[in-house]
Every structure is written in C-alpha cells, then in structure tokens.
Design a protein around this ligand. Structure first.
Ligand code: PXP
Length: 255
C-alpha cells in the first residue's frame, strides 16, 4: 500500500495572500521525510491553488513519484506531456466546485473521446495513467476499454456514509477493487479519507495506493501550530536583544 500525500491545501493557504509562503514544494520535502511514497498535486484550470511553477519545481525536487491530477480536456495535458511525471490521474473538473465532487462520467461519449486522446498521449510519453472514477462496475469496464493502467476509486460516498451504510460502501469498494485487479487494473482510492476512517480502506488488499490530502494537512496545522506560536513568542520576547542582529531574526526552519 502506497501513501501519496496531496499538498494542494498548502498552496491554497499561500494563494489566500498571493505571497510565497507556505511553499508546497517545501511541504513535499517534509511529506517525503514523513514517509510519503509520492506527492499528489492537482493543477486546476483556474489555478486556484497549485501553480505551474509548483509543478515544474516539484518535478525537479521530488525524490518520490509525482502523481499529477488534471482534467483531460485542459491545456494542462501539454504540460504533463512535457514534464512526464510518474503518474497522471485524469479527473473531472468544474469551476464552481469546492473540490472534485465525483468520478469521471465515462458514459458520455464526448468524455471518453477526450480521455482516450489524453491516455494515448500520456502513454506515448511513458507516463502511468489512472482514471478517477466512482466505484461502479461500469467504470471498470470503460477504464479497461480506454486502456488506463489504473483506476482511483472516489471514496467520498464511503467517507460520508454512517453506520450500516458505511459498511455497505466499504463492501462495494472491496468487491470492485477485487474485480478491477482481476481485470488487470491497478486500484487506487482517495477523497475524504481521514485518520478516523482510513483503516478499513487501507486493509483492502487489492487497493495499492491511497491519495490523502485534507485530513493530513488539517492535522499538520494542529501538530505544528503550537511550535510555530512558541517560536513567534520567543522572537517577540527576545526582540530587545535581537533588534540589532538581523541575521538572527529567522526562527530555525527545521530543514
Ligand atoms: N484523489 C483525487 C483524485 C482528488 O481530487 C483529491 C482531492 O484533491 C484527493 C484524492 C484527496 O482528497 P482529500 O483531500 O479529501 O484527502
């Protein structure tokens, strides 16, 4: 089981001020030090969080694999073909959505045509390909037909379900993961996975990769906030002694 850490939210915080911190590329280094097997980023058409610069720098600096999420119809495909990350996950994208709301609509012939084209180009560049789909059997059939290497099951329904319903959603994921493997697809999963709900999904043997962002970044605020406040407090307390030593103004950055 591989853990890919989605660092989009680091970029969301940066873009809130359009400044240069926090830098998602530096966050990727920490995620790798923490044991991430790879880094996931989604370059959206509206560039609301990750920027082109982040993708280019990450491709130079990542020591693990980069999983580049993008919409097949976007011009971003050109960038993916130029940079050739380890993996591209094709996702649906709507401007008005807060996050990716569901899997790809593979029933639409127009979508399938765009995906087939994107998959052919990416394969030509030697990039591993994955389709973000809702966990249903038809999605598996279409994914095989389109020639994708992997599917990533959208786990949002599982994450939102409660009680017996959650058990049923887990059963569905596990059955379809088995089916997907038998059809020759690698099976990944992600969206809405948290410290509270990840274990049953991570225990499904046929799922080999999880993409997790929101919950890890949310926890990072809490496990890191105390130290950040203490360091700022130290600087303020020591200000009278430090004001004439600008070289000592930055807190130790840790890496
Ligand atoms: N997988 C895909 C395809 C996604 O679009 C996202 C969200 O950007 C994730 C996984 C991670 O979801 P979450 O942030 O809820 O962990």
């Amino acid at each position: 089981m591989r853990l890919y850490v989605n660092i989009d939210h680091i970029a969301t915080v940066r873009q809130a001020r359009r400044t240069d911190e926090p830098d998602p590329v530096r966050a990727a280094v920490l995620a790798e030090l923490g044991g991430a097997h790879g880094i996931t980023i989604h370059l959206r058409e509206d560039r609301r969080h990750i920027q082109d610069r982040d993708v280019r720098l990450l491709m130079e600096t990542a020591r693990t694999g980069v999983n580049f999420e993008l919409a097949a119809s976007s011009g971003i495909l050109d960038l993916a073909c130029e940079l050739r990350p380890l993996q591209v996950t094709l996702v649906p994208e709507k401007r008005e959505e807060v996050t990716t709301e569901g899997g790809l609509d593979l029933r639409s012939e127009e979508n399938r045509e765009a995906l087939a084209l994107a998959l052919r180009r990416l394969k030509g560049e030697g990039v591993r390909t994955s389709l973000f789909v809702d966990p249903d059997p038809e999605a598996l059939e279409y994914s095989v037909e389109l020639g994708a290497d992997a599917v990533e099951f959208h786990t949002g329904e599982y994450a939102n379900a409660r009680g017996d319903e959650r058990g049923r959603e887990l059963g569905r994921l596990a059955d379809l993961a088995k089916k997907g493997r038998a059809m020759g697809l690698a099976v990944h999963a992600g969206h809405g996975l948290t410290f509270e709900n990840v274990i049953p999904v991570a225990a499904v043997r046929e799922i080999e990769e999880l993409n997790i962002g929101h919950s890890i970044i949310s926890r990072a605020f809490f496990v890191g906030l105390e130290r950040a406040v203490r360091e700022m407090g130290d600087l303020i307390r020591q200000a009278p002694q430090m004001v004439d030593r600008p070289g000592a103004w930055l807190p130790p950055m840790g890496f």
